[in-house]
Design a protein. Structure first.
Length: 267
């Protein structure tokens, strides 16, 4: 890769992530660490970025404010075996031809693999989910419109009259930042606004969360427990939490982790 091309890649990565390491840039460009360090020095001299220990950071802030919470790229590496088991159990609830909504998230993303053998009508606000389903399955995919939030890899619309209002779903599948006695919790008001619209278009609300989410709390409640029809989680859920869900008349599905998934999680 020529120097000018490397510089374009480096600047693109820095603007996307704000802070990027030399190792990351080597992987993106195929160049050596020594070459990348020289490129960073050059771009720092040109005031295109700021050199920091082990990498580079953006000088200017992003044009759009990001959403609260961890990026998709970080969340997708956590509790992967549990998420795969939960997602497989979620797809088992679906019948071919059904219209469904899949909200963006790393647990819901794992639904794309078992959906490869299905023929569904899928509405989603997630770029990774839409892209994977289009490339690797025969499902019909509709993507919502709006502003793209890169770190979470989702599309959110600030408008009331967007395409969401025209889609009916038998079921909506979604994750959450946390779950407690007051209901589902999220960190960002814009995310909650968008999810309220999606929930209103589905007959059933099915929440996919690994058991660690029952200990998480946030300052914002998305919806009360009574609005949830089914929760799918893993074997880590405790008896007290299960009793709380039963008291709220929520169907509970505990997805066992398969042998292969357990070996992967342990490795």
């Amino acid at each position: 890769m020529h120097e000018k091309d490397r510089h374009r890649v480096i600047l693109s990565a820095v603007q996307d992530r704000s802070l990027v390491t030399v190792v990351d840039l080597c992987a993106l460009t195929g160049a050596s660490e020594a070459t990348i360090r020289r490129d960073i020095n050059t771009l720092d001299d040109q005031k295109c970025l700021r050199r920091v220990r082990g990498g580079a950071e953006a000088i200017a802030t992003k044009p759009f404010v990001g959403l609260a919470g961890r990026p998709f790229s970080v969340n997708e590496t956590m509790n992967i075996a549990e998420k795969q088991a939960i997602a497989a159990a979620a797809v088992e609830l679906c019948d071919d031809g059904e219209p469904i909504i899949i909200n963006g998230g790393t647990t819901t993303f794992q639904m794309v693999h078992p959906l490869a053998s299905r023929r569904m009508q899928v509405f989603t606000n997630s770029f990774p989910i839409a892209e994977h389903l289009l490339k690797n399955t025969g499902n019909t995919v509709m993507l919502s419109g709006g502003i793209i939030y890169r770190e979470q890899n989702i599309v959110l619309s600030p408008f009331e009259n967007d395409v969401t209002r025209n889609f009916y779903a038998k079921r909506m599948f979604m994750g959450a930042q946390g779950i407690g006695p007051l209901g589902l919790m999220e960190q960002d008001p814009l995310l909650i606004q968008a999810e309220h619209k999606l929930i209103g278009q589905a007959e059933e609300l099915i929440v996919l969360v690994d058991s660690t989410k029952f200990a998480n709390r946030s300052s914002l409640v998305l919806c009360p427990l009574e609005r949830i029809d089914t929760i799918i989680t893993d074997e880590g859920i405790d008896d007290r939490t299960a009793a709380m869900l039963e008291a709220a008349d929520i169907s509970l599905i505990v997805a066992p982790i398969g042998t292969a998934q357990k070996e992967e999680a342990a490795s």
